[in-house]
Design a protein around this ligand. Sequence first.
Ligand code: FAD
Length: 427
Amino acid sequence: MADVIDELQAWLDENWDPDLTVAEWWEQLGLAGWSAPSLPENAYGRGLPRNDAVRVAETIGEHGALPAPGGLGLLLAAPTIATHGTQEQIDRYVRKIVTGQEAWCQLFSEPVAGSDLAGLQSRAVQDGDEWIVNGQKVWTSGGHYADLGMLIARTNSDAPKHQGISYFAIDMHQPGMDIRPLKEMTGRALFNEVFMTDARTTTDALIGDKNNGWAVANTTLAFERAGLGSGGGHAATSAALPGTVAGHLDKRAGDFVQNRRSGGGGAQFRGAGKMLRELAKSTGAIDDPTVRQDLMRLHTLQEIGRMQTLRLKALKAKGEDIPGFGNIGKLSMSDMMRLQRDLGLRIIGAGGMLHAYDSAGKARLDEATGQPFNGFITELALFAQAPPIYGGTDQVQRNIIGERVLGLPKDPGFDRATPFSELPKNA
Ligand SMILES: Cc1cc2nc3c(=O)[nH]c(=O)nc-3n(C[C@H](O)[C@H](O)[C@H](O)COP(=O)(O)OP(=O)(O)OC[C@H]3O[C@@H](n4cnc5c(N)ncnc54)[C@H](O)[C@@H]3O)c2cc1C
């Protein structure tokens, strides 16, 4: 690992220039294999284990350079396409992800298909070299600034529900795509509902085989859990957004270095444990033994996550694995978010009932409470409901651990063998 970091540092000394545009900088970073170093070499990566990839990202941040493009393209689409796509698809899609030129969203969940994702009803019908897509997706994070979507749609209703799904890349900038932001209780609109009416995609955008999209989607979900779970360590996220919609590509890279993005996915709350400790000291809440006990619990959970990741790394080096690692990590992350929420609200007390929804409101709130961290705590408290839901709910993670890791019997049901068209459905 030391060799890789030495190589990266030398590369950064030679190449980082804050006067480059964001697009120019990401082009160099991505093509040198530093944007997504855990991807294989044929997919613009360096085949590094996850911990080492995190160390690479930290080194870029410590150098003062703009971090790699973030978002669901790098987290989910790139590793999925690297796993199931053809080399042509890797060159078409992954290249533009690692260089930040295109942003992606995940078109999986539907109003009646969340935990039961395989029950999805959006359909793609083949029309020569094209596919015509109709249906509705929901909770589509970042859909409003995505160039492409990872779409799963039903392509055979006569097969059992897991066997008639295909996985496509689809252009978000087309007339058949209606993207409507949904406002959350935090006051932000991270996600959207997406209505697809005769939207089109092409056969060469089919990732994996026709009707084998469930396996491809599971790869995406596994990368999602691994990326969201605790213990991996997280480097800074770029303040510049990838893709053509956000409008950051032509701006000066150096101007984004100071502002680390407080975007979605809970990224803005990493490091909250240390911040809560300092806050408890400054308010005197640290004198409360139950607060100290919970701060210690939080620290312990974080340390367990970190050690589990080191354990996984050591086992992987021997060709072994920790079954259910991603599910356990995601459950633990949800626990930590809830603990941070409860601790934060106890530390700031009644101020936790006040939340500002914009920067003017935040300035007024800071002045009224004399507590500059009030907004951070209330944002954390409101957002803490999300991690136990996205990427598969806590209950679903437990089901997976029970069935696939512990070998417990599956939920009883007849829907695995019955053609999808014959299953009872919600309206
Ligand atoms: C902040 C946020 C961002 C998101 N971003 C995206 C995105 O970008 N793209 C995307 O496609 N989706 C996204 N989602 C959607 C997310 O994946 C779904 O919300 C999630 O899978 C749950 O589905 P659901 O909301 O339909 O709830 P449901 O599936 O209806 O579940 C309702 C409740 O029933 C429980 N339940 C359901 N089935 C079982 C079972 N078999 N056993 C035990 N309990 C069960 C659940 O745990 C839950 O408590 C996002 C969600 C959030 C909150």
